[in-house]
Design a protein around this ligand. Structure first.
Ligand SMILES: *[C@@H]1O[C@H](CO)[C@@H](O)[C@H](O)[C@H]1NC(C)=O
Ligand SMILES: *[C@@H]1O[C@H](CO)[C@@H](O)[C@H](O)[C@H]1NC(C)=O
Ligand SMILES: *[C@@H]1O[C@H](CO)[C@@H](O)[C@H](O)[C@H]1NC(C)=O
Length: 327
């Protein structure tokens, strides 16, 4: 063998070994199983510094909580384009590129809590399937500015958690007709307004424990809480420095308009999903009826054939009998 060939061979073997070693480390850190029929990788507390690159590429759930990941690139995430749930809480993430999660069009849950993110990637507000977004405990996060830049939020968010972020003002979310739960616990808001929640017309729960809020006027404190009560939103009472009786309930036209715009959007969404349900129902009904008709027709054909055969047999027998009589 020439020296050239030997070198190439050594190179290939070393490369293979290196890549295997990389995967061995990852395999130690991650347990791959199936949960509710979904391919999942549990890499919790795996001492990982990067997104693992040796997991099955059809993985749908990756738990990378409690690791040491500082940076994620679009390429690293791109391997896992089927992912539905990604847990990255308690890592060392600081800045993420705008494009980091761009390809994750199936992503439903994204947990970025307990990191040091300053600028959240704007794409997370535009992911077409994202329903649950956890951004809590990122103390220096510029959530207000980021949402201002990302607006209008296009993700169908049902849960948004921005708790314990040392926020003094809440982001203006605009219209979010899907949002059911908004967690603003652990913040101390200096200028709270109905506007902050006016576009959340489907809200069921405002989580505001370990929380304080100041309002521009004392009566706004009651206006805010009455707005929530009127709409059956559960929340923790906010103490006001004036009695409720001394305030008359007043809501601005703009806030009402925002709420009503959200309601119309919600009605449209519900109408569409009802139409879809009716469509699916009708399709199933037609398939069942058609199957029954086909089964019945097959049954009749077989029965007719049998009857015909019996008749022919009878005729034959009768014929024989007749000829026997004749003889
Ligand atoms: C992300 O995009 C926004 C606006 O499009 C821009 O202001 C910001 O600098 C970008 N951030 C990064 C890290 O690329
Ligand atoms: C809201 O956030 C707090 C702090 O992050 C958390 O402990 C709590 O479980 C959250 N509540 C809900 C209902 O999500
Ligand atoms: C939240 O408040 C409860 C009681 O009011 C307290 O026991 C708890 O330590 C607080 N949590 C944080 C994280 O401040």
């Amino acid at each position: 063998m020439s020296i050239y060939k030997v070198t190439t061979l050594i190179c290939i073997v070393t490369l293979l070994k290196l890549s295997q070693e990389k995967c061995v480390d990852e395999e130690k850190a991650c347990v791959q199983t199936k949960i509710h029929g979904m391919v999942s990788a549990d890499c919790y507390n795996g001492n990982l510094r990067k997104i693992p690159q040796c997991l099955r590429s059809d993985v749908e759930i990756i738990d990378l909580s409690f690791n040491r990941i500082r940076k994620i690139t679009k390429e690293e995430m791109g391997r896992y384009s089927k992912i539905k749930m990604l847990y990255l809480s308690d890592n060392l993430l600081t800045n993420l590129d705008n494009s980091t999660f761009e390809d994750l069009t199936d992503l439903i849950t994204l947990d970025l809590s307990l990191n040091a993110i300053i600028q959240p990637p704007l794409i997370i507000f535009r992911l077409p399937s994202l329903k649950r977004l956890y951004l809590s405990q990122n103390q220096n996060i510029n959530i207000v500015e980021a949402i201002e830049e990302a607006k209008p939020i296009a993700s169908p968010l049902e849960l948004l958690d921005i708790s314990f972020n040392e926020l003094e003002i809440l982001p203006n979310l605009g219209i979010l007709p899907h949002l059911l739960l908004y967690n603003i616990s652990g913040n101390h808001i200096v200028n709270m307004k109905i506007r902050d929640i006016a576009g959340l017309c489907n809200l069921k729960k405002l989580v505001n424990t370990n929380f304080s809020a100041y309002f521009q006027s004392s009566c706004d404190c009651w206006n805010f809480q009455k707005w929530l009560r009127e709409r059956d939103v559960t929340f923790t009472k906010i103490p006001c420095d004036i009695t409720e009786e001394s305030c008359s309930y007043s809501i601005s036209e703009e806030d009402l308009q925002i709420f009503n715009d959200c309601k119309s959007r919600l009605d449209e969404i519900n109408k569409k999903s009802n139409l879809l349900k009716i469509g699916i129902g009708a399709a199933v009904f037609i398939v069942v009826v058609l199957s029954l008709v086909i089964v019945y027709m097959l049954y009749r054909r077989r029965r007719n054939r049998k009857l015909l055969k019996e008749k022919q047999l009878n005729n034959l027998l009768n014929g024989k009998k007749e000829s026997a009589d004749f003889l």
